[in-house]
Design a protein around this ligand. Structure first.
Ligand SMILES: C[S@@+](CC[C@H](N)C(=O)[O-])C[C@H]1O[C@@H](n2cnc3c(N)ncnc32)[C@H](O)[C@@H]1O
Length: 384
């Protein structure tokens, strides 16, 4: 009597190999380790030759051979689910005065004409790894990875947070290098006197500030978004009861937005005349733009429209976007556009904007979210 091997569902082995690589501690696995994970996942023995042919079939598109017999997942999916190809030239979507590119912003910035952007508002990736496709695959499958998934309470699921405290010295060096290089590219495309405002956090803002200084920007202060976050405030791990009166770090109740300016040509007035940039737009005749803004967490109506893990609220964004163009003229850029919330804010205040997002799912989300986010009515709004 011959024993029949159960038939594999199409794609089952490939999915099990992907899952094993997503969970791998060092992100790579040997062929032996892959075979044993796949056996565990499928609850039966899969022949080595089936796994070898699966790896051969999907390398280099899905898997990458890092050294003899070791594999990892490729970092950037070559084609997005909707079938669009990344492009620095052709926008993925145009919504009102907003143009959205599905592209890598560092490449996009290199293609862009010098002095052709009037202000940059952005919320960049900080861990640098948290928005790689590997970490996004973990997050999307509910695994967490570098993302801390806070416990849910009151029946509410909390949004995942990147774990910045786990960055190593080498990752911090990378972070500084990344912001130096990004800063140099951003400086080139900004008009003289153009401002850049970046969302940051108190643990990393000094590294980012220094990198932008070195890139050639002038520091112009910080805008404090007053917001109760879920960061900090925890008791010591595994000793909650023993040290019930201790928090390891303060519960963070603010978020710094770093403000920098490209050096002026001449005086502020001359720069404003030539380039339309150099200052910040006042809230009203009597009220200058201030550096503390009261804010709440992003509202559930916005999160339903644009379920991005780092979605920023329209109420806050519309204020900073409005301020970044002193005469209300020019183009606002968000090079790490996520769900397109900055573009939506620009649309709401009547500005032209450009967004660049390199993750296919988020780019598609942004294309659908800009309009509904921009149409949200905020109470007491006088932002136009
Ligand atoms: C912190 S999130 C911004 C989310 C945004 N605040 C929102 O409200 O939707 C950063 C985004 O930058 C994207 N990203 C990371 N590196 C990028 C790159 N080199 N070029 C373009 N986008 C990038 C990530 O995919 C992520 O969506």
């Amino acid at each position: 009597m011959t024993l029949e091997m159960p038939k594999a569902r199409p794609g089952e082995i490939r999915d099990a190999v992907m899952r094993a690589l997503v969970d791998a501690e060092e992100n790579t696995l040997s062929l032996r380790e892959i075979i044993s994970s796949v056996d565990d996942a499928l609850g039966r023995r899969v022949s080595e030759s089936s796994i070898r042919s699966c790896l051969n079939l999907h390398t280099p598109e899905v898997f990458e051979r890092v050294e003899r017999g070791r594999y990892q997942l490729v970092l950037t999916p070559p084609i997005d689910p909707a079938g669009s190809q990344p492009s620095t030239e052709k926008p993925l979507a145009t919504v009102g005065k907003a143009r959205l590119f599905y592209a890598d912003s560092l490449e996009w910035l290199d293609q862009r004409a010098e002095s052709s952007i009037h202000g940059i508002i952005t919320d960049p990736p900080y861990g640098l790894v948290e928005y790689t496709s590997r970490e996004q695959t973990k997050l999307r499958s509910g695994k967490g990875g570098v993302w801390r998934i806070p416990p849910s309470f009151d029946g509410h699921q909390r949004s995942p947070l990147p774990r910045f405290t786990t960055l190593t010295t080498a990752e911090i060096d990378n972070l500084e290098r990344f912001f130096r290089s990004f800063g140099e590219k951003a400086l080139r495309v900004l008009t003289p006197g153009g401002h850049i405002m970046l969302a940051c956090n108190p643990l990393l803002s000094h590294y980012v500030s220094r990198a932008l200084d070195l890139a050639g920007f002038e520091r112009r202060g910080e805008v404090i978004r007053l917001v109760q976050t879920m960061r900090g405030g925890d008791r010591p791990k595994n000793a909650h009861e023993e040290f019930a009166d201790v928090s390891v770090m303060p519960r963070s109740m603010w978020e710094p937005w770093l403000l920098f300016r490209k050096p002026l040509e001449g005086t502020v007035a001359q720069n404003l005349r030539t380039w339309k940039t150099g200052g910040l737009r006042r809230i009203s005749e009597d009220q200058p733009f201030g550096d503390v803004i009261r804010s709440g967490p992003t509202r559930s109506t916005e999160r339903k429209i644009a379920p991005h893990p780092s979605l920023k609220p329209q109420a806050f964004l519309r204020q900073v976007v409005r301020a970044i163009l002193p005469l209300g003229e020019g183009i606002v850029l968000d090079p790490f556009a996520g769900s397109g919330s900055t573009l939506a804010a620009a649309q709401a205040v009547g500005y032209e904007s450009i967004g660049v997002e390199r993750d296919a799912e988020y780019a598609a989300l942004a294309a659908d979210s800009i309009k509904p986010l921009s149409e949200i009515q905020l109470s007491g709004e006088s932002s136009k």
